[in-house]
Write a protein that binds this ligand. Structure first.
Ligand code: GDP
Length: 303
């Protein structure tokens, strides 16, 4: 399926390295763990997360008195899943939505990560679920962003609320909220600008947009989704830190997983930032957005 296909780069690289490792070492010793550490780091699992994992593995190996590297393989996938879930055991993180009321989802992230594309794909997904969706073209800064969102709106058959390029994003979002209310929409998806050249201005703009939404609808925005490009690896991690420091990010969309062998970034984000990954982008087409399922992801890596 799409999920398996989209993760094939990560899976091929990861599972062949792990199989190699298991074949090379028969005994579980310090050198084995060192090589394993390297494989995990090269898959962008993240240094801190890898350290946690190796510690856990060593303890488990001792506890179960494991000698054979083949048996460790099993424990690695169990521990990776545990690392992802932490305390809670929800398999798939659903979008927080208000049934029968307007739910607002705000998208944030730097230019080029796939924000506009993700909004288009999600609009399609929600529409297929029978929801009435409205889009607000809040990225008034990037050339072409408004037109791009309109193209998606036409493609999936949902209305796009827009102003002219360069206008105040908060005003567009305000109009988006009013339009969504008057059309009795279920969901409003809001695009925002992602220029990083002026971080302070961008963060102020996002706060202003968020305040407009909060004022118009108590309890909204119901989700603030940070979109990150998986192919940028640790750069994506630092973007996550920047955005979550100034906005309450409620979830991550990790795009372009199909274009990287370093899908381990999913685990690092969850473990190091405590933010759930809600969707993954596995291609450029309308059906290429999938809910993220950690268990399927981790077991897929070893398939
Ligand atoms: P924005 O600046 O954040 O709004 O980014 P865009 O939505 O314009 O996306 C930038 C580029 O990434 C476009 O060419 C998209 O088609 C591409 N893109 C977005 N998501 C994915 C994905 O999941 N996989 C792949 N391969 N490409 C993607």
């Amino acid at each position: 399926d799409k999920y398996k296909e989209g993760l094939s780069k990560t899976r091929n690289s990861f599972s062949s390295k792990i199989n190699d490792l298991v074949a090379r070492y028969r005994k579980v010793d310090e050198d084995f763990f060192e090589d394993l550490e390297e494989i995990l780091i090269s898959a962008d699992v993240g240094v801190a997360t890898v350290m946690d994992l190796i510690d856990e593995l060593k303890m488990e190996v001792k506890r179960q008195n494991i000698k054979d590297t083949k048996e460790v393989k099993e424990v690695i996938s169990e521990k990776l899943v545990e690392i992802y879930y932490g305390e809670d055991d929800e398999s798939v993180e659903e979008l927080n939505m208000k049934d029968g009321e307007l739910s607002v989802v705000l998208f944030v992230g730097v230019n080029g990560v796939g924000k506009t594309t993700t909004i288009g794909k999600l609009a399609h997904k929600l529409k297929e679920e029978g929801k009435k969706v409205v889009l607000a073209a809040g990225d008034t800064f990037r050339a072409g962003a408004i037109e791009q969102l309109e193209v998606w709106g036409e493609r999936v058959g949902v209305e796009v609320i827009k102003h002219n390029a360069g206008s105040d994003p908060a005003a567009v979002i305000y109009d988006g909220v009013q339009a969504a209310k008057s059309r009795n929409a279920d969901v409003l998806l809001c695009d925002t600008a992602g220029r990083l050249q002026n971080k302070v201005n961008l963060m102020n703009e996002l706060s202003k947009v968020k305040r407009v939404i909060e004022r118009e609808i108590p309890g909204a925005p119901h989700e603030v989704l940070l979109v990150l490009d998986a192919t940028t690896g640790q750069n994506a991690m630092s973007q996550a830190k920047t955005f979550s420091a100034s906005t309450d990010v409620t979830g991550i969309v990790l795009t372009k997983l199909d274009g990287t062998a370093k899908g381990g970034i999913v685990l690092a984000i969850r473990n190091e930032l405590q933010i759930p990954v809600k969707f993954v982008g596995l291609g450029e087409k309308v059906n290429d957005l999938q809910s993220f399922d950690a268990q399927a992801f981790v077991y897929g890596l070893f398939a």
